[in-house]
Design a protein around this ligand. Sequence first.
Ligand code: PLP
Length: 427
Amino acid sequence: MAKIKIPLENRNGILHIGNCNTIDLAKEYDTPLYVYDENRIRDNFRRLHKAFSSNYKKFRLYYAIKANNNPALLKILKSEGSGVDVSGPAEIYLAKKAGFSTENMLYSGVYHRDDELKYALENNVPINLEDVSQIERLFKFGKPKFLSFRINPGIGKGSFKGNVYAGKDAKFGIIERDAIKAYEKAKNLGVESFGIHMMTGSCVLDENYFVEITGKLMDIAGAIAKKLNIKFEFVDIGGGFGVPYAPDEKELDIDLIGKNVCEKFKEKIKEYDLGEPILLAEPGRYLVCDSAILLTKVHSIKNGYKKFIGVDAGMNTLIRPMIYGAYHEILVANNLDAEPEEKVNIVGPVCENTDQFAKDRLMPKIAENDLLAILNVGAYGFGMSSQYNNRPRAAEVLINDGKHELIRQRENFDDLIKGVKIPERLK
Ligand code: PLP
């Protein structure tokens, strides 16, 4: 029997999310459909915030907007007191539109263009650079009072190779050797206050890692502070808090992480006389991932060398299984009590053989017109979706205590050619 947890519920064999019947949702909005539960996002934020703030008062969360940019979700997180991690001008624009003030943002671009640096500066967004060479490029447009640098502390961890953002193979951040040079240069150019940042990997399910990496960053911060006689306004330990996707993965003990990270942090600020900097974390996945499911209908079943269950979502709708080999639990939403009985491949309509959500997965008997729910899709789900194979993007719905509303309409065929211009001579 499928294992389900909040915000999901099994009511007489029918999957419900946030007190809404998934069959009714599919009927009303059609499929493929992303469905988010507002309360789960709020609970995730509060749990994570409390785990840290109960151990260190000056703690703040900055939601990583790239995980899911839907403005309705941004508004929910803003109302909880979140700031935002933004990685480009468009994310600054979206965060401003959702009502975030620029002082509650941190701009951590990657291999920035000059005009991106200029945009962040002109919008008064605190800037987090990732190389010494970027200081002069930024100063062409003005002198910021504040600067932060993203450190590559030499080790990283993630759920897949592509999710590891620090260490020798990572393209991100400044290595320890150059970090002092970066702060020294900024200080000599008149920067008055500083932050320090890292983001070393995503979907980490090892509690001890967060403590280890915080200690490492704090040792680097301590060495910089001592050599240059500076204090840090904040120390940002990044995101990366994992959520279990596969049945054998365990939920993080977030209270333990909060307690141990804060203890390490306090021990190190004392050791290096760093005062009382703000402790920042910038999670994406942890806040939104398990708030959402993707509803998709079975249209075509084929018995070939294998049994293929064809659904109307594809790699264009959710690409994590195809690019990372990521596991997502899949339920038969209209028949939750059925026992697993056969191995099948669950596949999409895209003309690529990588377009498979599950391979040789033991599932209950599935029939045409069944409704499937793919779980844990709130982070890097819709945000990574595309129009590949000329398939308009899915709709998004938000649930709040049994009520549901569309928060992004389904794209139509015209959206596929939005912005396209045909040269006069070809008309
Ligand atoms: N901060 C930065 C700079 C990132 O690049 C990311 C994700 O790539 C995050 C935060 C959020 O990571 P996660 O969703 O793993 O918490």
